[in-house]
Design a protein around this ligand. Structure first.
Ligand code: SAM
Ligand code: SF4
Length: 328
């Protein structure tokens, strides 16, 4: 049943849901999770496939057209391809994408493509074995790199790389990533570090600004051609003779609240209306209490009505400890 679309008090239309399908992860990126993260996460409150399907159905009826599955690490869910297929088959949903560290991609890629997945964001912050181990606290570089290469060669799906740039950790690797865009039609996205990390790497002087990234890229590539980017891509470039493009995401230094079109659902069924909000609204009791689709839709409407005009400066900021709670 089609319902009135989701528009908030500041005339922003909400058409995009990020759904964390697990909070567990097979890496422990130092800017994201504590080593003992697992004991805080998971359990019976993890949304089931049926519950995720019904959330998407309600959201699509409210006019949402885009879904991104994230986590934690979404490929830790064995039913990830079925989740993608069900989302793709939901009337109204046009694109389904996934953000992943790629460690399990060799197992899932054919099934994901067959299920209709539109795009993958592959997160990898370094192309160096030892640094990968230091950043992620796991010795998994070879697997990550093999799967990245497999994905690049498959050309069956749109690919973006997510690279969180950190001073003196990987800030000297921008060129190695840009080089990948020469042969592959991918977008390399350089991300600013955000202060949502359990280890407070944030406080250790590792922040590297979008402006600084832009300066470095322009020095290395005087022929960078600006593109008109999406709202979150402050800087977006192509290079002649490169098949792909480069984007810089100033997630911290710029405020994109005025263009916000998203809502988030955590893996334990909490609706998060704003990245900077801590508490959220509990959807799980409705899902497990046989509530009607109307009641679920009403909770999403209420969540959207709570979106602050400017979350970053709304004073609700932020005791959130990890992006993995909400999927970035
Ligand atoms: N595990 C998957 C992955 O790494 O792609 C999906 C979840 S992860 C939370 C989603 C994205 O958030 C990743 O690209 C990751 O690099 C990014 N991220 C996590 N913590 C961050 C932080 N403190 N600052 C900036 N980006 C962060
Ligand atoms: Fe896991 Fe992704 Fe967080 Fe790294 S960024 S610890 S891969 S959830």
């Amino acid at each position: 049943m089609k319902r009135a679309p989701l528009v908030d008090h500041f005339h922003r239309s909400i058409d995009y849901a990020r759904i964390a399908v697990t909070s567990q992860c097979n890496l422990r990126c130092s800017y994201c999770m504590r080593e003992d993260h697992a004991k805080h996460a998971g359990g019976v409150s993890l949304l089931t496939k049926q519950e995720i399907d019904s959330i998407i159905k309600v959201l699509a009826a409210l006019g949402l057209t885009k879904v991104r599955f994230t986590g934690g690490e979404p490929l830790l869910r064995r039913d990830i391809a079925e989740l993608v297929r069900a989302a793709k088959n939901t009337t109204g949903i046009k694109t389904v994408s996934l953000t992943t560290n790629g460690l399990l991609l060799d197992r899932f890629l054919p099934a994901l493509i067959d299920a209709g997945l539109d795009a993958i964001n592959f997160s990898i912050d370094t192309l160096d074995h030892e640094r990968y181990k230091a950043i992620t606290r796991r010795n998994e570089y070879v697997r990550a790199r093999e799967n990245l290469d497999m994905l690049l060669k498959s050309s069956a799906i749109a690919v973006k790389l997510n690279v969180v740039v950190m001073r003196d950790i990987n800030s000297d690797e921008l060129q190695s990533f840009v080089d990948l865009t020469r042969d592959y039609p991918i977008t390399v996205r350089f991300l600013e570090l955000q202060p949502f990390d359990d280890n407070q790497i944030w406080r250790t002087g590792r922040f590297f600004s979008a402006e600084k990234i832009r300066e470095m890229l322009q020095q290395c590539y005087p022929g960078l051609q600006p593109l008109t980017g999406q709202s979150t891509q402050y800087f977006s470039y192509t290079l002649s003779e490169h098949k792909g493009s480069v984007a810089i995401i100033p997630a911290f230094t710029r405020n994109f609240c005025s263009q916000c079109n998203r809502i988030r659902v955590t893996s334990n069924g909490t609706i998060i209306s704003c990245l900077y909000e801590k508490e959220g609204l509990q959807l799980l009791p409705l899902l497990r209490g046989n509530a009607s689709d109307d009641a679920i839709a009403d909770l999403f409407r209420f969540a959207v009505s709570q979106k602050p005009e400017d979350g970053k400066h709304a004073g609700r900021n932020s005791s959130r400890t990890s992006m993995s709670e909400i999927g970035g």
